[in-house]
Ligand binder design. Sequence first.
Ligand SMILES: Cc1cc2nc3c(=O)[nH]c(=O)nc-3n(C[C@H](O)[C@H](O)[C@H](O)COP(=O)(O)OP(=O)(O)OC[C@H]3O[C@@H](n4cnc5c(N)ncnc54)[C@H](O)[C@@H]3O)c2cc1C
Length: 479
Amino acid sequence: MNIHRTNSGSVIETDVCVTGGGPAGATIARRLALLGHRVCLVEKARYPRPKVGESLTPNILPLLETLGLRDRIEGDSFLRPDKSIVHWSGAREQLNYQTDQRGLLVDRGRFDYLLLESAREAGVTVLQPAQAMRPILDEDDCWHLPIRYGVESIEIKARYLAEATGRHSLLGGKRTRCSAPLIALYGYWRNTNFDTSAIRVEAGLEEWFWGAPLPDGSFNATVFTDPDGCRGMAGRVQGLDSLYLSLLAGSSLLRGGLTGTLAGRVKACDASSYFDDNSINEHSIKVGESSFSIDPLSSQGVQAAINSALQGSIAVHTILTRAENSAAAIDFYGARQREAVELHRNLSAQYYAESRFRDAGAFWQKRSDVVSKSFPVESETSPILFDHLRLNLSDSARFVATPCVTGNVITNIPALTHPNLERRVAYLKNIEALLLFDSFPQGGTVADIVRAWSRYFPRNDSLETLDWLCRSGILVPAH
Ligand SMILES: Cc1cc2nc3c(=O)[nH]c(=O)nc-3n(C[C@H](O)[C@H](O)[C@H](O)COP(=O)(O)OP(=O)(O)OC[C@H]3O[C@@H](n4cnc5c(N)ncnc54)[C@H](O)[C@@H]3O)c2cc1C
C-alpha cells in the first residue's frame, strides 16, 4: 500500500478499495488480501457497533469454515439455540427441537468485529471510523474516493472498487423490489421471564413477530409489518414506541414474556427485499446487501451476504489477474446473484403461503405468490439400470461454454444443458462432464459405459452417475 502526503491531504494507492466493513465487506477484503492483492477497507462506524440481524442458521457454518473462521466464531460467547417456539401454520403453537446442527444467536457488534479483525490479520488496511464519499472513475480507469477520516481528508486511488455499504449505495444504480415493502420495528428488552434458549416466531393478522435472547442477556422482540399499515395506525397511536407496543400486544408468544423493561429506544428500519441487476462490471462489484437483500423471515441475510462476497472475491481476482476471462467472471457473478435472489424469493413466498392467516388479508396474500416456474428434475420414465441396457445421449442435451470456478479463478468450461436441468452441469463427481461424454459409447450398454469410464470412476460412482443422468432424462434407452 503506497501512502503519499500532499498539501491537500494523504493519498492511498491500492489495488482494491472496499467500502463498508459489515460481513460482506470484511469477507471480500480478507479473501482478496489472501489472494495477494493490496486491499484498503473503509468503514464509517466505530466497532463494535449495534446492528440488527442476530439469528444465524446452521448453513452459515460451512461458509465460516471456508473463511477459516469457524472455530473462532463457534468458540466465542454466542448462544446456540436448541429450540424454537413457532405459531405459524397450525391452530396451536409448536415446540421444535434442533436435533442436528445448531445455529447461532450473535451480538452483531461482536460478530462483525471478529470478521473485520480477520480481514486486518490477512493484511487489509482498515480505515475506521472513516466515511467513503461518492467515488469517481477517471479516464485511465482509476477510482478516486474522497474519504472523511476524522479531521483528515484522504483520497484513495484504486484499480477496482468493491461496494459493501449495505442498503446505502454509493455507486447508485437501479434497484428492483422482489416483494411488497416490509418494515421492522424492534426493541431490546431486559429482565424478561422468557426461556433463554428458544427463538420465537409467530404469524399475526397483518404482521409477523420474531423474538430471541441475545448473548448479553437482552431479548430482541421485532414486529415485521407493512409500512402502509403502520402509517394508518400512526394516526391512532402517538409515537414509535406506542405503535410498537400496540402491535406487540397482538402477539401471544411475545407479549406475555415481556414483563421487563425496554432498553433504549424502539427502532424502525426498512426490511424490504430488492436486487440490483447491474452488480458487477470490469471496474466495480456490489456485494452483500449492496447487491441484493432478502426477506428476514429466513434468517439468512448474513449468510447470503458472505456467500455473495466469497463468489465476488473470485470474480474480482479473475478480472484483476486474467483480463481475458473478465466476461466469464462477470457472467458467473451475475448468474449466481440472480439465482440467489430467485431462491430466496421463492423460499420466502412459500413461508408466507404457509401462514394460518394466508387467506385473511392483503399482507399475506401479496407476499405469498411463488414467482418462478419449477423445473421437472426427474424423468418420469427413468429406466432401471442393468448391464445390457443400451443408452443414448438425449437429443435435447447440449454442451455450452459456461463460466465456472477453477481453483481461484473463473474460466469458461463446456457444461451440459438440458430442458430438465435447472442449472448447467460442468462437473459430474468432480470430473468434467465433457470428458465423460467424449468417451461415452453412444448406444453402448451400461457395461460398456462403466468400462469406458473406469479411468475416471470406480464402478459404483459410474452407476450412480448413470442413474442420475437417466433420471434427469439426459440419457435415454436406445431402441
Ligand atoms: C430487521 C432485520 C432483521 C434481520 N434479521 C436477520 C437475521 O436474523 N439473520 C440474518 O442472517 N440476517 C438478518 N437480517 C439481514 C442482515 O442484517 C443483512 O443481510 C447483513 O447485515 C448484510 O450484510 P452487509 O455486509 O451486506 O451489510 P451491512 O451489515 O449493512 O454492512 C454495511 C456496512 O457499511 C458501512 N457503510 C455504509 N456506508 C458507508 C460509507 N459511505 N463509508 C463507509 N462505510 C459505510 C456501514 O456502517 C456498515 O457497517 C436482518 C435485516 C433486518 C433489516
